[in-house]
Design a protein around this ligand. Sequence first.
Ligand code: SF4
Length: 463
Amino acid sequence: MSVTRTGPGTSRTRPEHRTALVEELMERFPGVPREAVLKEDLLRGGVAFDDSALSDNENGEVKPKSYFIFSFDHGTLPELGEAALRRPPEEIVLTGGPYDLRRTVVSVRVNPGSPYRVAASDDGMLGLYLDGRRIADVGVPPMPDYYRHTLANGKSVMEVAPTIQWGYLIYLTVFRVCQYFGAKEECQYCDINHNWRQHKAAGRPYTGVKPVEEVLEALEIIDRYDTAKASTAYTLTGGAITSHIGGKDEAEFYGQYAQAIEERFPGRWIGKVVAQALPKADVQRFKDHGVQIYHPNFEVWDRRLFELYCPGKERYVGRDEWHRRILDSAEVFGPRNVIPNFVAGVEMAEPFGFTTVDEAIDSTTEGLRFFMSRGITPRFTTWCPEPTTPLGKANPQGAPLEYHIRLLQAYRATMDEYGLSSPPGYGLPGAGRAVFSVSSFMDSLPGADEAAPAAHDEAPAGG
Ligand code: SF4
């Protein structure tokens, strides 16, 4: 492999290799926005940061990466160099360049070996470089006012209630580990437990279980200083609870936060809960507390891969029961407000995954049809192959970019087939408007001037 330096970026791959792949896919799939092609490539493979593009953590003008649940990095903290000391921004926004990009918000996944690099030029302007060529202007999120205040006990708002998606979503990981533990239980693509360990080892504040009162206090601060009301939704989430925390089972544990938030701030934000696929009576409790959207994530559709990749979920609940409970929860929340996630790309992870893009797309589409034919709109996050996970270790390159591009195509086609529009609680769809940063499914859906009116809904419909 040759190493080139033709600008601020350093490529470890052959010159123009990745550029050729990206441009070939843009040409082959003209129905997928160019912005989405680049965003998927950045999400699956990560981006390197020049020291000139790093933040000054919580003391600077740029909102730093909060590590809100998983590491979403291609190296452990000690492997990230300066980026472990001066955090990169939470997200970047791309515009312009030779592809004339519309505004595209991308979650930051650090990979020092990526052919993509963010760096400042001599005039101090940040740019995104691919194979050494400048391909976009880069904007970074300003430090929000609410991050400049601390809780009474000194904890930062970023630690207790970080915001992502350009400030749209408050991400409340109230339980920062998972009770599925070890190789026989942890999902094979998930580094939640490792991420908790590495932050503790680095001496960073990283609360395992967030007290309800701390969450409320952080939300008070956000509510007070987010005068533009950019924050629109919150997500309550964390690891699976197979026994109890403080005497509470999973539904009681996560439900207590929803209840407290909705009592203190009724209707201020769209409340969402990510939890396991729970029995209907538990799901009803979430609804009764004021939660509006439920995410019982199905992770991967194929039966064999689910059993291999999600051994804890298979053992405690089982795939068929998981899917039955998703359908049951649609009777509680209404199908529009049940939005199960899957991890796009793990279908093609070696050694067990599909070996062709065709097979992987066929399988994923079967899952999309299963849910969408019942009015349930899944969504997906783009797999980041974190190196401390079994699948990430075996597949440092992630899934082929073509899989991700064809998935966007299949997703939109299946939505059209069943007359569905973008799910509620994700902001506006369309390239140039979307803020959902961990996949480009919202960027690749019809925009405001192309979509049916229902696609613009901010609040959940039905239920
Ligand atoms: S249930 Fe699986 S994906 Fe969720 S936190 Fe636990 S190990 Fe990770």
